[in-house]
Design a protein around this ligand. Structure first.
Ligand SMILES: [Fe+2]
Ligand SMILES: [Fe+2]
Length: 158
């Protein structure tokens, strides 16, 4: 089967594009929640918290789960990349834990604070993937970035 991302550059660009879209969305949603909390609009804050939780469940967590297959798997099994992937998996667990906390929070200050933390942690995490993991996979003779990304439906869907 032909990969939809045949070159390393295109594969890296596809992941980076997907990350940019996720970051754009999490910043917009967390900003809307913070704005509602700051202005004391409890009804809107409650709705915005619900919007952010839904987005995390429908977009963010599926992205994390998808990466733990083909993208992380090859590097995880190597001596040089194993610890890096362990660290990235811990980031994923932290994000899932923060989404759980957000789900249980009311729509007030605590929810807004959690939303900002989720946005910051995701930005830090995607930066590590783009600056550490992708170059590592691209430089490892036994691994194929184009293949790993080509099987990532989450990224292929953009
Ligand atoms: Fe990730
Ligand atoms: Fe990612």
């Amino acid at each position: 089967m032909k990969s939809p991302h045949p070159t390393v550059g295109e594969a890296a660009a596809a992941i980076s594009h997907r990350h940019d879209r996720l970051l754009e969305r999490v910043r917009a949603l967390s900003g809307a929640l913070l704005g509602a909390v700051e202005s004391g609009d409890t009804v809107t804050a409650h709705d915005e918290k619900g919007n952010l939780v839904s987005w995390c469940e429908d977009e963010l967590i599926p992205h994390l789960v998808a990466e733990e297959g083909p993208l992380y798997g090859g590097a995880h099994a190597t001596a040089e990349g194993g610890l890096l992937v362990e660290g990235l998996l811990q980031d994923h667990q932290a994000l899932v834990g923060l989404v759980d906390e957000l789900r249980r929070a009311d729509g007030g200050v605590r929810a807004a604070a959690l939303a900002l933390v989720i946005a910051r942690v995701l930005a830090m995490h995607t930066g590590k993937e783009e600056r550490l993991l992708l170059p590592f996979i691209a430089a490892s003779p036994g691994l194929s970035l184009a293949e790993a990304v080509g099987t990532l439906e989450d990224v292929a869907e953009g």
